[in-house]
Ligand binder design. Structure first.
Ligand SMILES: Cc1ncc(COP(=O)(O)O)c(C=O)c1O
Length: 398
């Protein structure tokens, strides 16, 4: 058999999916595993959104539509960007795709050449470096430090720029750290992006899941110049518990949006018409269901933080957004559980899963090996059991 395309070797399967798949398999095998690895809300999709999907099926909204998305959802996205983010994207500046992950891939396809460099702040969502490498470009990592809640500064960004730098991927609220960039921090970053003529891909999928009176600000809203250099990505997966519906969207200057629509026209054509109808309904009637979900997440967030803070040696940073705590467990590296040595975050995650039956994601998947990511997108009962197991697991290491 002839060899597979060489680009396949540039992409690694997701480490976070690997550990959650192992946890799922253990559950199927009858083990009482608590999964604190999940990257999706445990809530059901709200009823009015499901009904909109059913309406689409029943009323024949089941055919091909426009490449960049049906008129209905494109209008809903334009209204949402204007109302929530102060972003005035015209309809021809919006492209709806099969999830925010797909929107980010489309944006990179339109912007990045082989040999380019793309700046990726650490910790990062696992997918960014893999997509950059897949396109023959190089991810350049800039370390966010715990003392600054894992956020990077404009000065750090400036120091990482070379003549090959094409773009920055900025994720706020951040997966895995929960960091939310404030207005001045974004202004500093935007000034560098504008001065150095970079593109910014702003991943804002956790926009609505926010705590501690933090405010989500879209970097593209900070002035006409940064608007012209930014692709703003968002989606319905996290805000509306709609991960399986696969709808993401972006707003971009017209030439970029046009290029992305052309790419989409020859690949997926457009996302599911049914999912687009349901998502348009989600975007139009969003207030109550999001508030309820965020209130519940906030209770769980506080519970997880309190429990982690009770374990001597664990350092956790209070997350202002998303549904994860990124906890530093490096004080336990070098310790053992019987014959099993714990040297890094992968050993730690495997130990917790295989011996204590609790799944968390190793920080190495996000570029920071000192930490593990604990998700609280599951019931209080599961979280409570999981925290007990993490406590036992860590304190019994010697
Ligand atoms: C930071 C970040 N961006 C994008 C996505 C992808 O979202 P979607 O389900 O819309 O593809 C995720 C999902 O985990 C994420 O954590």
């Amino acid at each position: 058999m002839k060899q597979l395309a060489s680009r396949v070797s540039c992409i690694s399967p997701s480490l976070s999916i690997a550990i959650t798949s192992q946890a799922k398999q253990m559950k199927i095998d009858g083990r009482d595993v608590v999964n604190l690895g999940a990257g999706e809300p445990d809530f059901d999709t709200p009823e009015h959104i499901k009904n909109a999907g059913i309406y689409a099926i029943r009323s024949g909204l089941t055919k091909y539509t426009f490449t960049a998305g049906s008129q209905d959802i494109v209008q809903a996205v334009a209204d949402k960007f204007r109302k929530d983010n102060g972003l005035k994207y015209a309809q021809n500046q919006i492209v709806v795709s099969s999830g925010a992950k797909h929107s980010i891939f489309n944006a990179l396809l339109a912007l990045v050449n082989p040999g380019d460099e793309v700046i990726v702040p650490v910790p990062y969502w696992v997918t960014y470096p893999e997509l950059v490498k897949f396109l023959g470009a190089t991810p350049v990592f800039v370390q966010g430090v715990r003392e600054n809640k894992f956020k990077i500064t404009g000065a750090q960004l400036a120091a990482a720029i070379t003549p090959k730098t094409k773009a920055l991927i900025l994720n706020s609220p951040n997966n895995p750290s929960g960091a939310v960039y404030g207005e001045n921090e974004l202004k500093d970053i935007a000034a560098v992006v504008v001065k150095k003529d970079l593109y910014c891909i702003a991943d804002e999928v956790y926009e609505k899941i926010i705590y501690n009176n933090a405010r989500h600000i879209s970097i593209a809203s900070l002035g006409p110049e940064i608007f012209e250099q930014t692709v703003t990505v968002n989606g319905v997966s996290k805000s509306f518990a709609m991960t399986g519906w696969r709808i993401g969207y972006l707003g971009a200057p017209e030439p970029i949006a046009k290029a992305i629509a052309a790419i989409q026209s020859q690949t997926t054509h457009h996302p599911s018409t049914i999912s687009m109808t349901a998502s348009a309904s989600a975007l139009r009637n969003n207030a109550t269901c999001i508030t309820r979900m965020v209130e519940e997440f906030n209770k769980r967030r506080q519970f997880v933080l309190t429990n982690l803070n009770e374990i001597p040696g664990v350092i956790s940073t209070d997350p202002d957004g998303a549904f994860y705590v990124f906890a530093d467990v490096s004080a336990f590296y070098g310790k053992k559980a019987g014959a099993r040595a714990i040297a890094n975050s992968s050993d730690m995650a495997h130990y917790l899963l295989e011996e204590k039956l609790v799944a968390a994601i190793p920080g190495s998947a996000f570029g920071n090996d000192a930490c593990i990511r604990v998700s609280y997108a599951t019931s209080m009962e599961n979280i409570s059991k999981g925290m007990q197991r993490i406590k036992e697991g860590l304190t019994s290491l010697c």
